[in-house]
Ligand binder design. Sequence first.
Ligand SMILES: [Zn+2]
Ligand SMILES: [Zn+2]
Length: 248
Amino acid sequence: MRPLFARTPREQPAEPLTGWKLAYPMLSVDGGTAGFSGVTLGRAHVYRWVDDAVCAHGCRHECPSRWCDCGFYCFSDPAAARELACAPEHQGAVLLEVVVSGRYRRYELGLRYSRQRVRTVRLRRCACGGAVSALADTGSGSTGWRRLDPVCGSCAGNRPVLDPSEFARLAGGVELGADEVPAGPVAPLMALGTGHPPAWRSGSAGDPTTSEAGVVAVLSAEVALLQARLDEMQERIDVLEAGRDDDA
Ligand SMILES: [Zn+2]
Ligand SMILES: [Zn+2]
């Protein structure tokens, strides 16, 4: 039978697999540990710099399960993570470079997998356009964890702040850097201003261009996930058909 969908080939990677993803920086309430939380699926769960995926739906199966959408996700291209970062609701997320290990499955934009190590944390600019100098308490988070917001000195206001280098140390000694987006795609923004560097307003909810880019990125990710599940379904159909042929 002709496969309904092209199947992901089995492979043995020769080198460690790496990828890119967005996450919110998190600090434990006792201030002793730093971690990360996802921006889409698994938002409620905080993971450490080296961690194993747990099912986002509370099931006890191993991740990534063929019949579930759980597991860690990453993009193979940092540009895809930056597109996702354009969505207003993802303002405050940082860009992570991760090393993937354990069980994994490919999907159109990257990998879904069981174990990861965060290699670098890249901070985007403050929503006001200034360089980030602190991680400020957002006043929200999840049980036992405060969510932090990368901000410049003036946007930090009177909020409690953590030095980014201290965050990196508490997160296991991850490498810290600034996420400076290549000049090409943002060059047209220069024409809108007065010759100053682009006014980074990608987090403002009222900007239709960036909002649409964010929606497109989210939809692309969802389509890719759907494709991965169809791929899995095709594999299952093949297994069932092979079993029926054996019985015949
Ligand atoms: Zn699951
Ligand atoms: Zn600022």
